[in-house]
Design a protein around this ligand. Structure first.
Ligand SMILES: [Fe+2]
Length: 177
């Protein structure tokens, strides 16, 4: 369940989270992961065949999302403290950036933090298992892990050519109140 931290308030109610994000152009849904996948999701690290098994178990969701949004591909990201070069991976995405394609994530285990600056306001969306979020192209955002330092997320793509961070100068987009 996602929580939004604004300067002035904390939003936890699912309907209110969805409304706030939608108002800012961000798609948010909550999809419980099937309990049949609990044992594989409970593992910190997954080998390639376990990743495939997990994606197969979530194929029904991909089929639905293909119809709804037109995605053509998906893969699985597994991040935790024992991943080689994890700090370098995180360093690419923890600074304000945009992409020229949408960034779509379905969190199936663990948690993390998406930060945004939209319409001059900076806010954080703390995501956890079951959260689905789609960040439109050219939306200022960053991502980092939280203290639990563990996440599994399915990425969905319409096109993987636009998926490189383009860094943004925060002082140019943030409105200080
Ligand atoms: Fe990104």
């Amino acid at each position: 369940m996602a929580t939004i931290l604004r300067k002035t308030e904390k939003i936890q109610d699912t309907k209110a989270v969805k409304e706030f994000l939608n108002k800012n152009g961000i798609v948010y849904e909550s999809f419980p992961a099937p309990s049949a996948l609990d044992s594989i999701l409970g593992q910190k690290s997954l080998n390639d065949s376990e990743k495939e098994e997990l994606l197969r178990g979530l194929e029904y969701r991909f089929d639905d999302l293909k119809k709804q949004f037109g995605y053509i591909a998906r893969d699985l990201v597994v991040l935790h403290n024992e991943i080689p070069g994890i700090q370098d991976v995180l360093a690419k995405f923890d600074k304000l950036h945009i992409h020229t394609d949408e960034e779509v994530r379905y969190i199936v285990d663990g948690s993390g933090v998406f930060g945004f600056i939209v319409n001059g306001e900076k806010f954080e969306v703390h995501v956890a298992k079951g959260d689905f979020i789609s960040i439109p192209e050219n939306t200022n955002h960053w991502f980092t892990l939280d203290d639990a330092f563990r996440i599994k997320a399915v990425r969905y793509f319409k096109d993987n050519t636009g998926w490189t961070p383009v860094y943004v100068d925060e002082s140019k987009v943030l409105v200080h109140s």
